[in-house]
Design a protein around this ligand. Structure first.
Ligand code: PLP
Length: 423
């Protein structure tokens, strides 16, 4: 190793078979051997504690991204760590023809939280979307008697349901799709928040309408008043399944346990992911028995889906989020509102900022694309030791989604830094 290059101070990740890697070497190695499907910064993150992250040079950052909303309880939570440590010493995954100690308990817990009847586990949010598409298509053929191969699924423009071919087939974002066709057919795309467009789009072949109650990646888009209630009514009248993708908004992120509670509507199917497992990937599709029972042996599956390690972790995750009468969810509502107030105040006179919006700790700062891009501000923020997210390029929104343990004392410090970085 070049002696002039300082090795990273990160004690756990720097040694591989006795070799010490510097930050620059790690960045160069990734550059040479990794692919570049993420815009990558030359920063090596090594450690997380609560709402903070530490890089390989020992610098601490405020983590306002929390792994795209996944880390609800903060980094290195002792209870999650204990669960994972114990379960890896006991059993991590088995053939899915067997039951394990945790999946049935988690299934019951998720049904009691949502009022749904049955649960199917996968690993990622994108797989939960693919599973949902399979479920609602099967329902369309078996129950609604749509002619084979004709089922349609309506989605909202600006959606984000993941990166599998099926999920990008439903997307309206050019960057996600370019060069990857041909796509999965059968998706009909309508504007988000437009009830008349939904009414026009529904035909006897429509299986389902799949929507995020609040669009995350699409720009933290809140539906107009009365929209989701009208959607529910229309779907019931026209025998169309209503699916909420709560992969990002679910489990406390928006200040309610599930975002649809803001509007008092109940979907026929729910997709969960991200904060369900926090540290270990797990996703779930929850729905009515009539629908979920259409999966027969051999019709669907996943090697790691619903494995005991992921299910044990998810049970602890849910325990942390719902304990003390959902204290973390209430904190999300309270601190989220305070943060939006403080941001609005600090950015009121900033010509680069169009709007601050959100629910709970899912907050978007809409920037004027003629003046500044969300990616530029995100890069500025790193210099101010803040990790933030951005949304799809077309929406140009800076996304803030800190862990649900984020407190008012953190807001005051971070809002100052955000105001500086917004120019
Ligand atoms: C992140 C996300 C997904 C995809 O989840 P992955 O685990 O990245 O596949 C799907 N839907 C929504 C709303 C998301 O935010």
């Amino acid at each position: 190793m070049d002696a002039s290059v300082k090795p990273t101070r990160c004690s756990n990740s720097r040694v591989w078979k006795g070799k010490l890697f510097s930050t620059a070497e790690l960045v160069a190695l990734h550059d040479e051997y990794g692919t570049h499907h993420y815009k990558s910064y030359p920063v090596v993150m090594c450690r997380g504690r609560g709402v903070r992250l530490q890089d390989s040079d020992g610098i601490w950052y405020s983590d306002l991204n929390a792994t795209y909303s996944a880390i609800a309880a903060g980094h290195a939570n002792p209870e999650l760590r204990r669960t994972i440590y114990r379960q890896t010493g006991r059993l991590t995954s088995i053939s899915n023809i067997f039951q394990n100690e945790h999946a049935p308990v988690l299934e019951q817990k998720l049904c009691s939280l949502t009022g749904q009847q049955k649960v199917l586990f996968m690993n990622s949010g994108a797989e939960a979307f693919d599973t949902t598409v399979k479920a609602v298509r099967k329902w369309a053929y078996r129950v609604k008697c749509v002619p084979t191969g004709k089922a349609k699924i309506i989605v909202a423009r600006g959606n984000f349901h993941g990166r599998t071919l099926c999920a990008i087939s439903a997307s309206s974002e050019r960057k996600y799709r370019e060069g990857f066709g041909p796509f999965v057919p059968g998706f009909v795309k309508i504007p988000f928040g437009d009830i008349a467009a939904l009414e026009r789009a529904i035909t006897p072949e429509t299986a389902a309408f799949i929507i995020e109650p609040i669009q995350g990646e699409g720009g933290i888009n809140i539906p107009p008043p009365g929209y989701l209630q009208a959607v529910r009514k229309l779907c019931t009248q026209r025998n169309v399944l209503l699916v909420f993708d709560e992969v990002q908004t679910g489990l406390g992120r928006t200040g309610k346990l599930f975002a649809y509670e803001h509007w008092g509507v109940k979907p026929d199917l729910i997709m969960l992911g991200k904060a369900l497992g926090q540290y270990i990937p797990i996703s779930a599709v929850l729905g009515k028995a009539e629908l979920m029972e259409l999966f027969s042996p051999g019709s669907h599956g996943s090697t790691f889906g619903g494995n005991p390690l992921a299910c044990a972790t998810a049970l602890t995750s849910i325990e942390l989020i719902t304990r003390d009468d959902c204290a973390l969810v209430r904190n999300s509502a309270d601190v989220g509102e305070y943060m939006r107030e403080q941001l609005s105040e600090a950015l009121r006179k900033n010509p680069n900022v169009l709007e601050v919006r959100g629910e709970g700790l899912l907050i978007g700062i809409a920037l004027d694309p003629k003046r500044v891009s969300a990616d530029e501000v995100r890069t500025n923020l790193l210099r101010h030791r803040v990790v933030a997210g951005s949304t799809s390029k077309s929406s140009n929104v800076l996304r803030l989604s800190p862990a649900l343990i984020y407190g008012r004392k953190h807001v005051d410090v971070d809002v100052r830094r955000i105001a500086q970085a917004c120019g």
